[in-house]
Design a protein around this ligand. Structure first.
Ligand SMILES: *Cc1c(COP(=O)(O)O)cnc(C)c1O
Length: 391
């Protein structure tokens, strides 16, 4: 940034003459860590305030660093526009609140991310009803549609159990009934699946996972038509205030630059570890859409250009005690709730104290979810071998 004038050596008068000085060709975008943007004349301000979406006025609305991240993500998803949010949940919330009003009905397909399900339950206090369809096929979803159904929320593959959803069939069904479709694409990333090209109306991301990719940021994104995003910008984004901070946006841009290479390693390592587990005597079943043993493997092959490193498996002896003992023996693979970064992480939905809940949700109690990272696969396999061997 040129033309910085400092008065009397006091930084109070620090002045950036031009926030985006064209003469500075930074290889990496600057972090505009600022709340308001300043104007030389009141006319300039009045002009900007009248069209805030196109001008930088206040960072709860637009910020150049955040906009750079939004531009990249919209391009990756082949969407007209994107808004970044302070978390994946802020993005899911904005997509749902922007699509539903009191009295509307929402359908959830298969096993949706658990906090999204909690949010949907919470929305019932505003008179928004829901149906969770356990199956992922279009016929089962069609049966759940009511006269008040306005939106369908889905993920492919499903959280924890990794059933694959035929997105094209579901978006076609929804379109024919005038229902909006929202797809959480955090698992596949736009590199392996582009839901908008399959007819989805809105894509949401937890950018805390693969898009960020370094376990160092919490962020979210919504990608859709310009009309949907414009409205969301003035309503859910600006009014609820879950805006992404400039520094987080910068980390996100930094992560996105290596998304292709990172996903290739997750794809390769994930398949190798999944194959190893599927042949292990202590493992009853592996839920990875890329394995030929997956019930929807053919659909998965058509749908995804590649596979993320997150999948699950079920232990043969799978009580809480068995899970606890096995996970505690792991040395390289760490216990943690998130996924999408270089470090492999493992978790189970079984806490020992929640068996009844797991059964009511048809969640196998022996299920373990692993996020395969970038460590050499032979080291990950050796770690699992040592932990499972003594089971
Ligand atoms: C983590 C996650 C979210 C929520 O994202 P946050 O960034 O943690 O708020 C939403 N959907 C899926 C599939 C996720 O894994």
């Amino acid at each position: 940034m040129s033309a910085i004038s400092v008065h009397d050596d006091r930084l109070i008068g620090l002045r950036f003459e031009d926030g985006l000085d064209r003469s500075v060709k930074a290889a990496s975008p600057p972090i505009f860590e600022t709340a308001p943007f300043l104007f030389d004349t009141y006319e300039d301000y009045a002009d900007a305030a009248a069209r805030e979406k196109e001008h930088f006025v206040y960072s709860r609305g637009t910020n150049p660093t955040v906009r750079a991240a939004e531009t990249v993500i919209a391009a990756l998803e082949r969407g007209e526009a994107c808004k970044c949010f302070a978390s994946g949940m802020a993005a899911v919330a904005a997509a749902l609140l922007g699509s539903l009003s009191a009295g509307d009905h929402l359908i959830l397909v298969g096993r949706v991310y658990e906090t999204s399900v909690s949010l949907v339950r919470y929305l019932s206090k505003f008179g928004i009803t829901n149906t969770i369809v356990q199956a992922t096929d279009a016929e089962s979803v069609a049966q759940a549609i009511t006269a008040r159904t306005r939106a369908i929320l889905m993920e492919s593959p499903a959280s924890y159990t990794f059933e694959v959803t035929d997105l094209a069939a579901l978006t076609a069904l929804a379109r024919s009934r005038g229902i909006r479709t929202i797809v959480d694409n955090s698992w596949a990333t736009p590199l392996y699946l582009k839901p908008l090209e399959l007819g989805a109306d809105i894509v949401v991301h937890s950018a805390s996972k693969y898009l960020g990719g370094h376990n160092d940021l919490v962020a979210g994104a919504v990608i859709a038509s310009q009309a949907i995003i414009d409205r969301m910008h003035t309503e859910e984004y600006a009014l609820i205030g879950g805006s992404l901070a400039p520094f987080e946006a910068w980390l996100l841009i930094r992560g996105l630059r290596t998304l292709n290479i990172r996903m290739e390693v997750h794809h390769r390592n994930g398949l190798e570890v999944a194959k190893y587990l599927s042949e292990h005597r202590e493992v009853a079943r592996v839920n990875h859409p890329g394995l030929p043993s997956h019930p929807q493997h053919e659909l998965a092959r058509r749908l995804f250009k590649g596979y993320a490193g997150l999948f699950s498996f079920e232990l043969k002896n799978g009580t809480y005690e068995d899970i606890r003992r096995t996970l505690n023996r792991l040395k390289l693979i760490r216990i943690g709730v998130s996924w999408g970064a270089m470090e492999s992480q493992i978790i189970s939905p079984n806490y020992g104290s929640n068996l009844e809940q797991l059964r009511s949700e048809h969640m196998p109690e022996s299920l373990v979810r692993i996020a395969v990272g970038h460590e050499p696969p032979e080291l990950l396999i050796a770690d699992l071998e040592a932990a499972l061997g003594e089971a």
